[in-house]
Ligand binder design. Structure first.
Ligand SMILES: [Zn+2]
Length: 172
């Protein structure tokens, strides 16, 4: 995915906010954590470029392993069951949920090692065939880019609706 990670994080944060955001957490912090989780797996690009010398696919690092994100999400949800009023578990659940969705989106046309570290085999739903130059044109002309645009459009729609609701609350 090229465009959709942050918009999808915004969508998930926005849709869950009304039901799950604790009163002690500001809307701004809630959305910041959602966006950070949606982007966090790709922070490994720093390691990829600065340390690894681009020798391995960054999706093969533990920071893109589903067991890390889904396992931490399961721990966060268990913690939340044990401490329902605490802020940290629900924020961790929001962060890791968006990390999990990041991996699902990555797996549409990008390899994800779903069974790592036990099986060294990447999986992707579809393959982008290299037909055009420059390379990014292949992604722009692939059906998966429609999915990206749909998620971006939905996030823009939600942002507009949230802004309207905020303006209406200020006016009351
Ligand atoms: Zn990624």
């Amino acid at each position: 995915m090229i465009l959709a990670h942050l918009p999808t994080g915004y969508l998930i944060g926005g849709l869950l906010e009304r039901h799950l955001r604790p009163a002690t957490c500001s809307s701004r912090l809630w959305m910041a954590v959602a966006l950070l989780g949606a982007f966090a797996p790709d922070l490994d690009m720093l390691y990829f470029h600065l340390v690894d010398g681009r020798q391995h696919h960054h999706h093969s690092y533990w920071s893109h392993w589903p067991v890390v994100w889904f396992g931490t999400l399961a721990l966060a949800l268990t913690w939340r069951q044990l401490a329902r009023r605490a802020l940290a578990p629900v924020m961790l659940a929001l962060f890791t949920l968006n990390g999990c969705v990041h991996l699902i989106l990555d797996s549409v046309v990008g390899d994800i090692w779903w069974l790592a570290p036990w099986v060294d085999q990447p999986f992707a739903l579809a393959t982008v065939t290299p037909r055009y130059q420059p390379w990014w044109l292949n992604f722009l002309l692939h059906w998966s880019f429609l999915l990206e645009l749909t998620l971006l459009g939905a996030a823009l729609w939600l942002a507009r609706r949230r802004r309207r609701n905020t303006a209406a609350q200020v006016a009351i």
